[in-house]
Ligand binder design. Structure first.
Ligand SMILES: [Zn+2]
Ligand SMILES: [Zn+2]
Length: 647
């Protein structure tokens, strides 16, 4: 009998007859005193490591020497298996309830799965609980999930008999001669697997929504119905996820953008937001905040063209790497492109003047609008747009100045993050990718400089090998928001290509010419994306200095209306954004509306306050003692001061 050698997690190995299943090997080893018996019992699949590591069914026969590891339900691999198995479970339930439905595909997605069905009349929200009930019944039946390999033609014949025309089309287009089918009870699906051993091993799930979809994702094809679901290793994780989902819906910046009247998107300009008056205040105030820091950190602002002849991007290297993502046009026999980033224009500007080492560092800052083509299907609110602006700047300096420049950048980033209370930060260093521009020596020096800067700043750093931009290595500052999502905000890159491609020069103290170092950096990143993240992180409760309406004054009655208007005017005289709500509505209604709109300071004034010339502000819903009007204005002006000390 042919034997194979199987190694286990504890490092021990045993011999087994070829064809022993992964489960039998794990169980035997546990019985012989090796491995954790509980872990083996809880396993829902196995990871088999030979030349490659693959997750397989516990019932998969082992045919070569390998290492076998039990896959726990709550591990990332285990969750994938559970989610895919739940997709099959849902399809089985749908077929039991609505036998005329045809099944198509059902992949795993982040946190869950979906399955696309073809059913005349589609599904309604009321169908979901019924489908879930049937799914639970099938879990109770604890049907074994079995794998079978059949010739492709045989599989085609079987699915044709079942009336599953979409499956027939998929199988017929596969290159393999043999395909694998998974069966649980009466339900059979084409699938590579792996799956849980039986339906009883699917722990916790919920169907979340219904959407339209197209066969093979193509809008020219037939419309299908997609049902989304989520599945987890236990009920507690499921509940926690559903809570996060609910919270995320409430905090969705697209919803808040509407409620707070900040911005909108329109098919007339896909992915290009319209900022409404209040949104424009948030946007411009962020720019003013960064401008205030620029004054202190020695940046100078430039204003550069939006549209260039494409020879600029050919020179910078962006045309080759990026032209599919650019808006190009042809005018007077020349090809032009709307700029997707500021760097090439800044290099061109730098090259247009002679520079001495005494001029360096030169720090060009630019809030220019940028345009990048993103396919319509990928656009999402303010986080994935075609039109954006960044707090972008490029620093040109001598090699000796690089360390100080990076140090200043880290200091500025820290100052900005602390102004927003962003304290959960992770830092990555992204190194030379396979496809890169520029000389290796420059890359090595640049990576070393970035590494030194992070070390001096005392950050724990994750190195992402090969993930730098094509023109230079990069540091990313990832902020984790209240929903535990990670966003890269600030970035800094040392450019190993553009200074040479643009033949940038400065005169050294010795009178010779040298190439300056170029640093790309942004702190907020794209303003659009930053606003989206800030809205979701704060749930729309922006800090006072950034709030579009900082103070709203509500009169108790008609009789206090004049005084309310006077209070608002006094606030505006102190440069506060203040308004009096003099509409003929009930006070309670106005208070609630101010809460929904997240107005940070709400002041209710009546005849008593009018007579005394006082104000009793309510901060965060709680009323405070009455103050003289001037004191109230002075205190609020103080509290609303922009961080960073801008004038
Ligand atoms: Zn499957
Ligand atoms: Zn740049």
């Amino acid at each position: 009998m042919v034997e194979i050698r199987v190694t286990f997690e504890d490092g021990a190995s045993e011999r087994f007859p070829t064809g022993t299943t992964a489960r039998d090997a794990l169980v035997a080893h546990a019985r012989n005193g090796g491995g954790d018996r509980k872990r083996v019992e809880r396993a829902i699949a196995a990871r088999v490591e030979a030349e490659r590591a693959t997750v397989v069914d516990l019932s998969r026969p082992l045919v070569a020497d390998c290492r076998v590891v039990p896959v726990a339900p709550e591990s990332p691999e285990g969750l994938d298996v559970i989610r895919h198995s739940t997709a099959h479970l849902m399809a089985q339930a749908v077929k039991r309830l609505f036998p005329e439905t045809e099944i198509t595909i059902g992949p795993v997605i982040e946190n869950g799965f979906y399955y696309d069905f073809k059913r005349a009349g589609g599904f309604a929200a009321e169908d979901l609980p019924r489908i879930e009930d049937t799914m639970r019944a099938i879990v109770k039946e604890d049907l074994p999930v079995t794998r079978e390999e059949v010739p492709r033609d045989e599989a085609v014949r079987r699915f044709r008999e079942m009336g599953e025309h979409y499956k027939v089309e998929i199988i017929a287009s596969l290159p393999e001669d043999t395909v694998s089918l998974y069966r649980q009870g009466e339900f059979v699906d084409l699938c590579r697997g792996p799956h849980v051993p039986s339906t009883g091993r699917i722990p916790a799930f919920r169907l979340t929504s219904i959407a339209g979809a197209y066969w093979r994702g193509d809008a020219k094809n037939e419309q299908l119905q997609r049902i989304y679901g989520t599945a987890w290793a236990n009920a507690k994780d499921l509940e926690a996820y559903l809570k996060r989902l609910e919270e995320a819906k409430l905090r969705d910046h697209r919803r808040l953008g509407q409620v707070l009247d900040l911005f909108s998107l329109d098919p007339i300009a896909p992915g290009s937001p319209f900022f409404h008056p209040k949104g424009a205040i948030v946007y411009n105030t962020l720019v003013a905040f960064i401008r205030g820091l620029y004054a202190r950190y020695g940046y100078t602002e430039v204003i550069t063209p939006l549209i260039y002849k494409t020879e600029l991007y050919k020179r910078s290297g962006h045309y080759d790497a990026f032209h599919h993502d650019m808006f190009l046009m042809s005018i007077e026999e020349d090809e032009y492109g709307v700029k997707p980033m500021n760097c090439p224009g800044h290099c061109h500007l730098f090259a247009s003047r002679k520079h001495s080492y005494r001029d360096l560092p030169i720090r060009y800052a630019d809030f220019s609008r940028l345009h990048r083509f993103e396919p319509s299907g990928t656009l999402a609110g303010l986080t994935r747009v075609r039109s954006m602006a960044q707090d972008d700047a490029h620093i040109y300096c001598t090699p000796e100045q690089v360390d100080t420049e990076l140090e200043n950048f880290v200091a500025m980033t820290r100052e900005v993050y602390s102004a927003f209370g962003f304290d959960d930060i992770a830092v990555t260093l992204q190194t030379r990718p396979e496809k890169f521009l520029g000389r290796i020596e420059l890359w090595e020096a640049a990576e070393a400089a970035l590494g030194r800067a992070l070390e001096r700043a005392g950050f724990a750093v994750t190195v992402l090998h090969g993930e730098g931009a094509f023109y230079g290595p990069k540091i990313g500052f990832d902020f984790r928001d209240v929903l535990e999502r990670s966003w890269t905000l600030a970035t800094v890159q040392i450019d190993c290509a553009m200074p040479e491609r643009f033949a940038l020069r400065y005169v050294t103290p010795e009178g010779t010419e040298a190439t300056p170092v170029m640093i790309h950096r942004a702190v907020l990143g794209s303003l659009e994306r930053f606003i989206a993240i800030l809205l979701e992180h704060t749930g729309g409760k922006l800090p006072l200095w950034l709030s579009p309406v900082q103070v709203r004054v509500l009169p108790v009655s008609e009789k206090a209306a004049d005084y309310a208007a006077r209070v608002a005017a006094a606030c505006r005289a102190g440069h506060l954004r203040a308004e009096a709500d003099l509409r003929n509505e009930k006070l309670g209604y106005k208070v609630r509306e101010a809460e929904v709109e997240k107005v940070p300071v709400v002041v209710v004034v009546g005849e008593r306050e009018a007579a005394a010339g006082t104000v009793a502000p309510r901060t965060a819903g709680a009323a405070q003692a009455a103050l003289p009007l001037e004191t109230f204005v002075a205190q609020t002006v103080d509290a609303a001061r922009m961080p960073g000390g801008a004038l």
